[in-house]
Design a protein around this ligand. Sequence first.
Ligand code: RIB
Length: 301
Amino acid sequence: MTEVVVVGSANADLVVEVPRRPLAGETLLGSDLAVHPGGKGANQAAACARAGATTRFVGCVGDDDHGVFLRRRLQEAGVDADHLRIVDRPTGTAIILVTPDGENSIVVSPGANSLVDADLARRAFAPDPVPRVIVLSMEIPAGTVDQAVAEAADHGVRVVLNAAPAQPLPPVTLRACDPLVVNQHEARTILGRDAGGFDELARGLLGAGARSVVITLGEDGALVADADGVQHQRGHVVDVVDTTGAGDAFVGAVACELAHGAELRAAVRFAIAMSAITVGAPGAQSSYPDRPAVERFLAGA
Ligand code: RIB
């Protein structure tokens, strides 16, 4: 039985290490090009499967080498990629610059991801009993996300929505999120507010209707907010090589733990550890640990 369905994007990540970000009109020389499997949705699916949940990915790639590469890497991570449709657009691509502090700048060309539609998402529920959790993010059309959320609600499936890249959400979609996972910038975009501390943002998102909220704080951990209150969970001090995809690893790990019956705070504790490990190696999916590695990390933390 599929425990988690991820409906989302798949990108070939074209990564160059640079000494700093280029200025407008400037040309910089960087490292050799590295090509990694990426895309928020595919990353979340890979992380979820690596963490131990039976996971299906629903998305689109082009009829090209990048599409073949992404399907293979999903399968190697243990993801069911049978619902990865081949469409008549190029596979999504992300151009990623990584600076020596491990931070990145990303431009995404969505390509095939633009054709992830509600019909494809609906079919993902059809072949066997409904999953326990559906994971969505915003690199596919917003209308598809809204319709998949409605479909999930009809089937009683728990919705984990990662509102990245940032964009406002309709109230009906927000009300289904359990949790809504955002960073502080995404939280501000949804609330339409420039100001406010993390507690205030979390309470604001609950007030706007989300059933539960997780605000990711990078190396400082995460804030969990629900009807039981707001709790800060600390991060881990680790050496940073590349933060790309750390947030997606977090989301995938949360989904895995919730699908296995964990309470949200326990799920977030596991997810913080998983994402902390990922920043120690290059790439997104390429850096994702398996469950035993996360458990060893937590035991030593
Ligand atoms: O969150 C990281 C991901 O964002 C990268 O893998 C890239 O593909 C972009 O989608």
